[in-house]
Design a protein around this ligand. Structure first.
Ligand SMILES: Cc1cc2nc3c(=O)[nH]c(=O)nc-3n(C[C@H](O)[C@H](O)[C@H](O)COP(=O)(O)O)c2cc1C
Length: 185
């Protein structure tokens, strides 16, 4: 059940993956809001390893189209990576599930940018389905940087897809006091 008066929940509920964009470019001010949302994001040990590359020129967008089928006509693409030399690694004791926190740090920045886009009436789509080697080559991403995702951004030219509303029930996601899979279908 949604909490009344939650600006955060209103915003989170408004966000959806956009897979058709208008041609019109976003303004520099709007781009600035997205980038500031990324800059203010938390990161493990505040090491801030995320590095972004904004692509808006026709030549760059054509290169993106060689790397993924998922640009969806977005006029702005943000390549999101992190600097492995800067990112924090879990300290022992640790289990096999742990990963380099750079991925997590960068995912938080992406999430905040996507939510910032929604707050401005823009929309975005995370894209993990891209040729990492080709992005590395075409955009000259140096070796210590690990690519994470591409973020497609622009003015939406579609309503949320029906699948967007498909979410598991809270009981399938949340246990109380002891971890269990009771209630999971
Ligand atoms: C890590 C990650 C990678 C994703 N990669 C792609 C992708 O390559 N192509 C795509 O069209 N959508 C991609 N998406 C969007 C998801 O498909 C989408 O978030 C999900 O279906 C839920 O829909 P919604 O965002 O509209 O709520 C990705 C999302 C995440 C979080």
């Amino acid at each position: 059940m949604h909490q009344h008066g939650s600006d955060c929940l209103d915003l989170v509920a408004r966000r959806y993956s956009c897979r058709r964009f208008r041609d019109e470019q976003i303004s520099d001010d709007e781009l600035g809001v997205l980038l500031e949302a990324a800059r203010l994001s938390p990161s493990a040990r505040n090491l801030q390893p995320t590095r972004l590359c904004v692509v808006q020129k026709a030549e760059g967008l054509a290169k993106i189209d060689r790397c993924t089928a998922c640009r969806y006509g977005a006029p702005t693409v943000i390549i999101a990576a992190y600097d492995e030399r800067r990112s924090s690694h879990p300290v022992p004791p640790k289990g096999p599930e742990t990963c380099d926190f750079g991925d997590i740090d960068t995912a938080i920045a992406l999430t905040n940018m996507e939510n910032a886009a929604a707050s401005l009436g823009l929309a975005a789509c995370w894209v993990g389905a891209f040729d990492h080697d080709l992005v590395r080559e075409l955009f000259r991403v140096p070796e210590p940087y690990r690519l994470v995702e591409l973020l497609m951004v622009g003015y939406p030219d579609m309503e949320p897809s029906p699948k967007h509303g498909e979410r598991r029930a809270l009981a399938e996601m949340v246990a109380r006091e002891a971890f269990s899979d009771a209630g999971v279908a």
